[in-house]
Design a binder for this molecule. Sequence first.
Ligand SMILES: [Zn+2]
Length: 216
Amino acid sequence: MPTPPSRAGSVRLVGGRACLDLVNTVSWRGDPARREDHLATGADALTWLVRVGVVTAAESARLRPDGGRVLSSLVGVREELAAYVDAAVDAGGALREHPAPAALQDGVRDAIAHAALRPGPDGHRWQVAALDPRTPTRRILLDVHDLLGLPGARVGRCADGDCGWVFHDAGRRGARRWCSSADCGNRHRVRRHYARTHPPEGDVPGAAPGRLSGSR
Ligand SMILES: [Zn+2]
């Protein structure tokens, strides 16, 4: 069976930050049967990195021969981040109550060791300028560092347990339920409507609209 084309260039960006959208390059994290990794190759990783502004198109072209190393570095940090954010959400979502694990701290320390402090519109920020296969991962880790430094920073996870997408919960405490109200939120509304209008005794196997895929 042919592998479907990667959606690295089109998957929704709902995390609010590059580091959280990196976690969301896996769809359906909560359902092993549907789990879909959008970063299967180095080319996928570079497509996604350009899209979220972590590398420029020119940098992507220079990194292309090392795409495999870019990918493995990025995916390693993605899974550390996913575990950290999941644990933080399970503990209520407030990052200040959830210290970063040692591996993530080591990564941030390494990123800063390869960065320079540069002034910008939001004050001084660490920036990684030199380009090598770990540069994109280091830039993501500096985004993690910035997120952790935000007063009252909170993370949330889509209320659809199968979806598993995470986001920076920048609004009222815990108010955001869905990764996207047009996607998981809408699917939930359709499912609830169906349950209301189709009593259980009339159930036809396979007829429930639980697998509407939306556009994600
Ligand atoms: Zn969702």
